[in-house]
Write a protein that binds this ligand. Sequence first.
Ligand code: AMP
Length: 224
Amino acid sequence: MRIIFLGLAGAGKGTQAKVAAEHMGVAFVSSGDLFRFHQAEGTPLGLLAKGYMERGELVPDDVTIKMILERIGQEDAKKGFVLDGFPRTLRQAGALDRALKEGGIDAALYVKVREEELVRRLSDRVSCRRCGTPYQKELLDAQGVRKCPSCGGELYQRPDDQPEVVRRRLQVQRPEIASLVGYYASQGKLTEIEGEQGVEGVAREVSRALSKYASPAKTKRAIS
Ligand code: AMP
């Protein structure tokens, strides 16, 4: 089972992709998380990616494709995976199809959210330095929460979630998402998900879309 999530920054696709991978018992692979991991470790790949990420631009295809294909070749991804943030270009999508053979991915879920809502969400977003989970700052402030509720890690605003960079990221991502949506729609693999109905509502819609790939027990749990 090989699923990808498409959507602009802040659409909530990372959160949904993680939940879907857990429910389906397959690997969760996020290109952004992998780049942030390499940066934190100070690897050559991390150093290379840093400048692009800080400017809200895409890291070059060659290194990104290599990183993801290596990751999905690992043991835990053999029975399947959910990809978050990859592919982001048609070249990446083509490379993924060629690497997977046997008809490529099974499904592409496009989480749709209006851009004004995305800017609002991202400018209020903080993320955990340790586990990467994103939160709305306003909600945490209202509850007096200062540390990551799931792991206790430090919360910070990602440098690329600052308003100027957010605008640049959306500008870069807009045409690319449109071409990927067209690419997977033409293969009959695309499902659009209404992304403005709250996390639970989106998760239910995702679960329905993926139900044909999961065992009945898992699907039921994913919906409840
Ligand atoms: P994300 O966490 O998905 O918002 O990604 C953060 C940043 O990582 C992006 O703004 C890009 O600079 C880089 N990045 C993540 N995924 C890709 C990708 N598939 N292709 C190129 N750059 C990427």
